[in-house]
Each structure stands twice: as structure tokens, then as C-alpha cells.
Design a protein around this ligand. Structure first.
Ligand code: ADP
Ligand code: MG
Length: 264
């Protein structure tokens, strides 16, 4: 009797997802690490790319940027391949780290022709080695963020729940519209990820309750609760999925990740 065989896992080029918001402190970096860990738990091959000169993602995963020979800088300047910069992390994903010099690299990119396409072409050879590539953007709409939006298949905009009541992302969406017109027709906006949700705050609950009706973007679910667990994780170089496995925050990121996987 032939044994039933498992279907082959889907092996195709990675889906590239940028997490961007020109505001700082909205949980971009936390979401990249946590979603990355959640996808890795699901058996997906995951690459995270730190595109912020502040290198918070790199630090939070226990990597000291000062100790690095190769980072995202060399990749963006065409001096190294993505594969040369990759570091395997304990959470089960790989990382292309950042360093402070990225600010200088950004200036060096500016006069180059095709400067917005550098990351897209650099990632081309890595796309078959991963299922998902997450891009952690800096709080700006500069040329490195444009590189992220040009390289990405999808955009997720992390945003604290209170900010959902303002028109906080207009400028970002204008940029996205330009990118879709000129640089990357295929960029899809997957929606806003509500973060730092304080369930005890009536305002936050109300904002979240009717946001689906009147908001210009899809609001991903569930919201990520605000908990002190998130402050603890970077100190040990792991994501919250490892340091507080069963916390509500970790669970919320697993649910968002599962919903995203369903649409890949
Ligand atoms: P960004 O990358 O958008 O600047 P971060 O991910 O660095 O934002 O988060 C900003 C701060 O908020 C960090 O100190 C982080 O630990 C904290 N933080 C992120 N998400 C949560 C959460 N759900 N609950 C509590 N603190 C959080
Ligand atoms: Mg950040």
C-alpha cells in the first residue's frame, strides 16, 4: 500500500512585507521581531532586515552593531551581498543588521541613479531562501524607506490605538501612492496594525470599535495589547514570544501572524 504523501511545502519567492510609519515609538520594531518569531514558530523561513540607523531591531536581538563587519550599509552600497550580512538569531529567524553608519550610507545613495531600487535588487537572490522577509523601517520617509516600499509586496502600518482617531498616516499614504505610480506598481497596503492597546482605556476601546467603518485603511486584528512584557524582551536579546511565551501580547502577535499567513 503506498503511504499517503504530504503535499510539498509551498516553495516560492518570499513575500516581502515592510512595516513603516514615519512616526517613532509606534511599535514598528517590536512588531517586526514579534511577527518574525511568530512566523518562525509556524515553520516559515524568515528574514528580518533592520533599515533604521538607530539599529533598535539589531540591538533588541542581542547583536552589538559595533562588532559587525558587514551590515545593511554595505548591502545598500553594493559592497556586499545580503548573504554576507546575515546573522542567525535564537528566535528562529535570520537578521540583516543595521549600524549607525546607515545614516551616512543614505547620503551616499542619494546621487546614485536607481537609488530606490537598490534593496529590491539586493534581496532578489535571497527571495528563494525565505518564505517571508520583514523590513523594519526608520521613522522617516527618506530614500531608505523608499527602498523598502520599492522592495515590498505589502505594507503594514503599525499605529498606537489612540492615533487611529487622527488622520495620522496621510503623508505616508501619499508616499505610497507615489511609489505605486512610479517605483512599485505591485505594492499592496495590507492595513494598519493597532498597537499599544490599553483595554482599560474607554477612549482606546471606542476608537477601535468604530474604526472599521470610517477608516481609510483595513485595520488588522487583533490589536496588540500594551504590556510591560515588551519592555523586558530586548534586554535579553529575544522577542516577546520567547521571553513571555503565553503573554497576551505574544498571543496577539501569533494571531495577527496567522491571519497574515492565510493571505499569502
Ligand atoms: P518604533 O520602532 O516604531 O520606533 P518600537 O517597537 O521601538 O517602536 O517601540 C517603542 C517602545 O514601545 C519600545 O520601548 C517598546 O518596548 C515599547 N512597546 C512596543 N510595543 C509595546 C506594547 N505592546 N506594550 C508595551 N510597550 C510596547
Ligand atoms: Mg524602530
Amino acid at each position: 500500500m503506498p503511504r499517503p504523501t504530504q503535499p510539498d511545502p509551498v516553495v516560492g519567492p518570499a513575500t516581502v512585507i515592510a512595516l513603516a510609519n514615519q512616526k517613532g515609538g509606534v511599535a514598528k520594531t517590536t512588531s517586526v521581531a514579534s511577527l518574525g518569531a511568530a512566523f518562525a514558530e509556524q515553520g516559515r523561513r524568515v528574514l528580518l532586515v533592520d533599515l533604521d540607523p538607530q539599529a533598535c531591531l539589531t540591538f533588541s536581538l542581542g547583536v552589538d552593531p559595533d562588532s559587525l563587519e558587514t551590515s545593511v550599509c554595505e548591502v545598500l552600497l553594493g559592497k556586499a551581498e545580503v548573504a554576507d550580512a546575515i546573522i542567525a538569531c535564537d528566535d528562529g529567524f535570520d537578521l540583516v543588521p543595521s549600524v549607525i553608519d546607515l545614516a551616512g550610507a543614505e547620503a551616499m545613495l542619494l546621487p546614485r541613479p536607481g537609488r530606490e531600487y537598490v534593496l529590491r535588487s539586493a534581496l532578489e537572490t535571497s527571495r528563494t531562501a525565505y518564505d517571508i522577509i520583514l523590513l523594519d523601517c526608520s521613522p522617516s520617509l527618506g530614500v531608505v524607506t523608499l527602498n523598502a516600499l520599492t522592495a515590498a509586496d505589502a505594507l503594514i502600518v503599525p499605529m498606537p490605538c489612540e492615533m487611529l482617531s487622527h488622520r495620522g498616516v496621510g503623508q505616508l499614504l501619499d508616499t505610497v501612492a507615489d511609489v505605486q505610480k512610479i517605483l512599485n506598481r505591485d505594492l499592496e497596503v495590507w492595513g494598519v496594525l493597532p498597537t499599544l492597546f490599553d483595554g482599560r482605556s474607554r477612549h482606546a476601546r471606542e476608537v477601535l470599535a468604530d474604526v472599521g467603518q470610517r477608516y481609510e485603511l483595513t485595520v488588522l486584528q487583533p490589536p496588540i495589547p500594551k504590556t510591560v512584557r515588551f519592555a523586558e524582551a530586548p534586554a535579553v536579546g529575544r522577542s516577546v514570544l520567547a521571553t513571555a511565551r503565553t503573554s497576551k501580547g505574544a498571543q496577539a502577535y501569533r494571531e495577527v501572524a496567522a491571519a497574515l499567513l492565510a493571505r499569502l
